[in-house]
Design a protein around this ligand. Structure first.
Ligand SMILES: Nc1ncnc2c1ncn2[C@@H]1O[C@H](COP(=O)(O)OP(=O)(O)O)[C@@H](O)[C@H]1O
Ligand SMILES: Nc1ncnc2c1ncn2[C@@H]1O[C@H](COP(=O)(O)OP(=O)(O)O)[C@@H](O)[C@H]1O
Ligand SMILES: Nc1ncnc2c1ncn2[C@@H]1O[C@H](COP(=O)(O)OP(=O)(O)O)[C@@H](O)[C@H]1O
Ligand SMILES: [Mg+2]
Ligand SMILES: [Mg+2]
Lengths: 112, 292, 112, 112
C-alpha cells in the first residue's frame, strides 16, 4: 500500500477527485495548506497599503491505494491538476505498512 | 408459461423493491428502526445515503449491469460482465461496496477476472446481484453453476460466498421453474448439513454484510413469512445491511409468490426507469439460450 | 519508531486522546481536514437553498511512537474512535527514520 | 529523497524558512495544526472568565529534500526553531519513494 500526497492548486480539487473516481478511488482526505515555492506569492492591498503575501493557498490531498494502483493514480492526478503554469504542485509517494478501517477492524488492502 | 414469467419478473422486481425499502434503514440497529419508524414498511428513501423515495442502490444497479452484459453478449461473456461493472463504477454510483470496488479496480489494473481467495471477500456482494443470471439459465444447471461463480469471482473469491451464491441462486431458479417452498427447504437443509454455520433456526440475530449473517437473515424470514410483503418487511426491520438482505429475500419471495404479489404501493413508488429496465431485461434474459 | 495517522470523527478526539494517554502517550498533533469516502456529505441550507456538501469534517491525529507501542496505540485508537457507523475513519502506519526534539536536540526514541 | 516534517511554534516560521532557503531549499508546505504535548495549554480570558485551552497552535512544515541534504536541513530547522522553552516542537524524517512536479512531469530529485 502506498500513500500519495498531492499538493495542488485549490481550484483543481474537483477535477482531481473526478480523475481518481474514474479509477474507482473514492476515499481521500484533503487539508488546506500554504505553499511556498518557485511560484511567488502575490501582492495584496490591506487597509490601502500594499504588502507581499509570500505564500499561496494550496490543497493537500492524501489518498492511500493498493500498490498496483499507484502509477495510474499518480498519472490521473498529474493530468487533472496540470495547468502548465508555475505552482501546479507536487506529488509525494510513501509506503504505508498498515491500514485499519476503524468501523470494521479490517486491515491491509481490505481497509481501503 | 405465464406463471413462470410472473415469477421471473417477481424475482427481479423483488430485488429492486427490497433494495429501495431496505436502503432507508441500512446500517441501523433494530431498536433504532423501532424508535424511528415502529415497523418500517413504506418506501420513503432517506437513510445514510439520503435517497429520494424509490431510489435503488448498488445491489440493483450491479444486477442491471450484469443483466445488460448478458443480453448484449447474447449469453455468457465474463469480460463483458467485468467491463459492465467497470462502466458502472465510473458512473459515480450512489454507493459501492468496498469488496466490489477493490475487485473492479483489480480488473481495471491487471484485467484478471478473479483475485486470490481472500478472507476479506466474505461479504454478500456477489450473491446480491445474481438474479439476472438466474433468469438467463433457468434450463441449464451446468451453465448456472459455472457462470454464477465466474461473475462472483470478479469481486469476491471466498468459499462461503461461493456456496451461498450457488445455493440461493439454485433456490431462485427452482422457484421460478415452478418448484415449491418444500423443495426449497430441501436445498436449504442440504446447505446446512454441509455448512452448519449457516443455521438460521433459532435466528442468531445478525444481519450484517458478512455472507453467513446475510444468508441466516434471508432464509429465516423467507421460510417464516407467508407473503412477499411479510418476508421483505421482517427482513429489512433487522437493519444492518438491510438493503442487501432485502434485495436477496425479495428475489426469493418474488420467485415464489410472483410479481403480482408485490404490493402495488411499493411498485408505484419504485424509480420508474428502473422498473422499465427490469421489465425489458426480463424479456431479454428469458430469450437467452440458457432459458429456452 | 512509527507514525500513526488516524482520520477520525471530530467529536471522538477527546476519547482518542484519553485512550492514548492511558498508554503514556501524551504528545500528538491534530489537523482539521475534510474527508471524502463512503460516508456521503450532507445537505446544508445556504440562504434558503439546499445544496450538497460532499465532504465531511474529520480530525487527523498524528502521533509518533516507539515501534513496541504501535499495536497497543492502534488498538486504543480503534476502541475510542469506533461508533460502528460509516465514516468512522482510517488509521495509517508508516516508518519514521529519525525524530528530533527541537528544545533539547535529543534524537530517536528519547525525543518522543 | 526524504520528507522532513517539523512541528514548530508558529512565530518561528519565518526564521525556519530563512534557514532553509540559505541551503537553497525554497519549496515547502505549511499546515496550521494543534499540538498536545508536555507543554500544556494555556489559560485564556474569554468574556472575562478564565478557561484552559489544552492545545496550542503549531505550524507543521513539510519539506522534501534530496537525502544528501537532510542533515543540514534538520540542523537549520533546529537552530531556527529553538527557544529552549517547552513546546519548541519535533522533527520527523521519513523516506519518500517518488516525487513528481505536476507542471513539467519531472520526477525524482529533479522535481524538488
Ligand atoms: N521541496 C518541497 N517540499 C514540500 N513542498 C514543496 C516543495 N517544493 C514545492 N512544494 C509545494 O509545491 C507547491 C508548488 O511548487 P512551486 O515550486 O511553486 O511550483 P513548480 O513545482 O511548478 O515549480 C508549493 O506551493 C509548495 O506547496
Ligand atoms: N483511501 C483513502 N485514503 C485516504 N483517506 C481515506 C481513504 N478512504 C477513506 N479515507 C478517509 O477516511 C474517512 C472515512 O472513510 P469512509 O469511507 O467514509 O468510511 P468507512 O471507512 O467507515 O467505510 C473519509 O472521510 C476519508 O477522510
Ligand atoms: N509523539 C508525538 N507525536 C506527534 N507529535 C508530537 C508528539 N509529541 C509532541 N508532539 C508535537 O510537538 C509539540 C511539542 O511537544 P512538547 O511535548 O509540548 O514539547 P517538548 O518537545 O519541548 O517537550 C506538541 O505540541 C505536538 O504538536
Ligand atoms: Mg446497497
Ligand atoms: Mg447494503
Amino acid at each position: 500500500m502506498k500513500k500519495i500526497e498531492a499538493i495542488i492548486k485549490p481550484f483543481k480539487l474537483e477535477e482531481v477527485r473526478e480523475g481518481l473516481s474514474a479509477l474507482g478511488v473514492s476515499g481521500l482526505t484533503v487539508t488546506e495548506v500554504k505553499g511556498f515555492g518557485r511560484q511567488k506569492g502575490h501582492t495584496e492591498l490591506y487597509r490601502g497599503a500594499e504588502y507581499v503575501v509570500d505564500f499561496l493557498p494550496k490543497a493537500k490531498i492524501e489518498v492511500v491505494v493498493p500498490t498496483s494502483l499507484v502509477e495510474a493514480a499518480v498519472d490521473a492526478i498529474v493530468k487533472a491538476a496540470h495547468t502548465g503554469k508555475i505552482g501546479d504542485g507536487k506529488i509525494f509517494v510513501t509506503t504505508v505498512e498498515q491500514v485499519v478501517r476503524i468501523r470494521t477492524g479490517e486491515t491491509g488492502e481490505a481497509a481501503i | 408459461k405465464i406463471e413462470r414469467y410472473d415469477r421471473a419478473l417477481g424475482a427481479y422486481l423483488g430485488v429492486a423493491v427490497g433494495d429501495a425499502l431496505g436502503a432507508t434503514v441500512e446500517f441501523m440497529l433494530p431498536r433504532e428502526i423501532r424508535h424511528l419508524y415502529g415497523v418500517h414498511c413504506e418506501i420513503v428513501g432517506g437513510g445514510w445515503l439520503k435517497l429520494k423515495p424509490g431510489r435503488v442502490t448498488d445491489d440493483t444497479e450491479m444486477s442491471l449491469a450484469l443483466g445488460g452484459a448478458l443480453i448484449a453478449a447474447g449469453g455468457w461473456d465474463a469480460y463483458a460482465v467485468a467491463d459492465a461493472f467497470v462502466a458502472w463504477l465510473k458512473s459515480k454510483p450512489v454507493d459501492v461496496g468496498n469488496t466490489c470496488r477493490r475487485g473492479i479496480q483489480r480488473y481495471m489494473m491487471v484485467r484478471s477476472l478473479s483475485g486470490p481467495v481472500s478472507e476479506s471477500d466474505g461479504g454478500n456482494g456477489a450473491l446480491m446481484r445474481i438474479s439476472p443470471l438466474v433468469l438467463a439459465t433457468l434450463n441449464d444447471d451446468m451453465a448456472f453453476r459455472r457462470q454464477a461463480l465466474e461473475q462472483a469471482h470478479i469481486t469476491h473469491n471466498h468459499p462461503l460466498s461461493d456456496i451461498a451464491t450457488l445455493v440461493l441462486g439454485e433456490m431462485a431458479r427452482m422457484l421460478i421453474n415452478g418448484g415449491g417452498i418444500k423443495e426449497c427447504r430441501v436445498l436449504a437443509n442440504a446447505l446446512l448439513t454441509e455448512y452448519p454455520r449457516f443455521r438460521f433456526d433459532p435466528y442468531p440475530g445478525r444481519a450484517s454484510g458478512y455472507i453467513v449473517d446475510t444468508v441466516q437473515t434471508v432464509l429465516h424470514h423467507f421460510f417464516h413469512g407467508d407473503s412477499f410483503e411479510s418476508c421483505v418487511v421482517a427482513t429489512v426491520n433487522c437493519g444492518e445491511d438491510a438493503d442487501t438482505t432485502g434485495a436477496i429475500v425479495g428475489m426469493l419471495a418474488g420467485a415464489l409468490y410472483g410479481a403480482s404479489a408485490i404490493p402495488v404501493r411499493w411498485l408505484d413508488k419504485l424509480d420508474p426507469g428502473v422498473v422499465t429496465e427490469i421489465r425489458q431485461q426480463v424479456d431479454g434474459l428469458l430469450e437467452l439460450p440458457g432459458s429456452q
